[in-house]
Design a protein around this ligand. Structure first.
Ligand SMILES: NC(=O)c1ccc[n+]([C@@H]2O[C@H](COP(=O)([O-])OP(=O)(O)OC[C@H]3O[C@@H](n4cnc5c(N)ncnc54)[C@H](OP(=O)(O)O)[C@@H]3O)[C@@H](O)[C@H]2O)c1
Length: 328
């Protein structure tokens, strides 16, 4: 078994190259997820991807306290949390981070992300057809007001790094132009059927680490996040064949591919987290297998973000800056 690799961020900090996702897709309870956090730490996970909107930071906080009390030093853990969309207001950013810190029972976060670039309240569990009357397009000046507060979190020592999520190249261009503290990480959807090669290369070339969500193609995602066009990574014949050859589940092949490609996957799991970690530390995929998986990309975005649409007759593609422009 090889040790789990780390990514070195532009600050010199080391982030474990695989983390445990903690969004239960509305079907896995907070208690079960906290138990998975305990179990995952026991088998070697040190990186946990949390968010206030997942509704389980209190339970995970109790698990983290036990993990540290059990002898794993806090400095060895990498804990991420995220600012939810209804908290972009300047007065809300620092209190939201403090709330996550209190819930997670931590003095600092390793990484705090702006979860989405759109400020928008939509009720938990709402349908993708739900629209907020206050929905707005991406307004860069407003995002920078939020970002200034994110930068203050670093100054205050409450977050060691700050980052973005669900961004595009046009939006990142503006943020990189205007930020005092540049994002250390961009969290983005990444799996074999959705490889986002352009954005992936863009962030890496600028010293921003890509963290990949839905690395297995989110087979347990809520019904509202499914459309008939979606494809299934773990049923892809190339991935199935490589998995059979290695004696692994296709999901593990997706995670191995992610780490070897250079992103940091954060697979959610309450039953298979050990297999995913062992997969990453085991025999690597061959260059030929890596090339074959690169060829399975279908540009199939699963988390489309429909609830953020801000005017009638729009399509979800508008959220992702088609043609390289931010639509007004
Ligand atoms: N920034 C964002 O906007 C954003 C958006 C979406 C997700 N995320 C983060 O990314 C994390 C991961 O995404 P996700 O949870 O949607 O999808 P995912 O990690 O692609 O898939 C998770 C599902 O795969 C199953 N699974 C995991 N390992 C497996 C294995 N080795 N064999 C068979 N099945 C396996 C899990 O089942 P078991 O539980 O039964 O193992 C679970 O149902 C989230 O939990 C969250 O932390 C962030």
């Amino acid at each position: 078994m090889n040790p789990v690799p780390y990514r070195t961020l532009y600050t010199g900090a080391r982030m474990p190259a695989i983390g445990l996702g903690t969004f239960g897709s509305d079907s896995v309870s907070a208690a079960e997820i906290a138990e998975a956090v305990r179990g995952a730490a026991a088998v070697g996970y040190r990186h946990f991807d949390c968010a206030s909107v997942y509704g389980n930071e209190k339970e995970i906080g109790r698990a983290l306290r036990e993990i540290v009390a059990g002898g794993i030093p806090r400095e060895d853990l990498w804990i991420t949390s995220k600012l939810w969309n209804d908290k972009h207001g300047e007065a809300d950013v620092i209190p939201s981070c403090r709330q996550s810190l209190a819930d997670l029972q931590l003095d600092y976060l390793d990484l705090y992300l702006v979860h989405w670039p759109f400020p928008n309240f939509h009720p938990p569990h709402c349908d993708v057809g739900s629209r907020s009357p206050d929905a707005r397009p991406y307004i860069h000046e407003n995002f920078m007001r939020t970002w200034r507060k994110m930068e203050e979190l670093v100054d205050l020592g409450l977050a060691r790094h700050i980052g973005t999520s669900n961004m595009t190249i046009p939006k990142l261009e503006l943020v990189l132009r205007d930020a005092r503290i540049k994002p250390a990480v961009n969290e983005m959807e990444l799996h074999p059927h959705f490889q986002q090669p352009e954005l992936f290369e863009y962030v890496r070339a600028r010293g921003i680490e890509p963290v990949g969500y839905c690395p297995i193609g989110s087979p347990g995602r809520p019904e509202r996040d499914r459309t008939p066009e979606d494809t299934v990574d773990t049923e892809d014949p190339v991935i199935v064949r490589i998995a059979e050859k290695h004696g692994l589940h296709p999901a593990v092949v997706c995670v191995k591919w992610a780490v070897q490609r250079g992103q940091t996957p954060i697979p959610f799991s309450i039953h298979h987290y050990r297999a995913n970690l062992e997969g990453v530390s085991g025999e690597p995929l061959t260059e030929e297998e890596m090339r074959e998986i690169a060829g399975t990309d279908r540009n199939c975005r699963l988390i489309k973000g429909q609830v953020f649409l801000w005017k009638p007759d729009q399509s979800w593609e508008d959220l992702w800056d088609p043609n390289g422009e931010i639509p007004a």
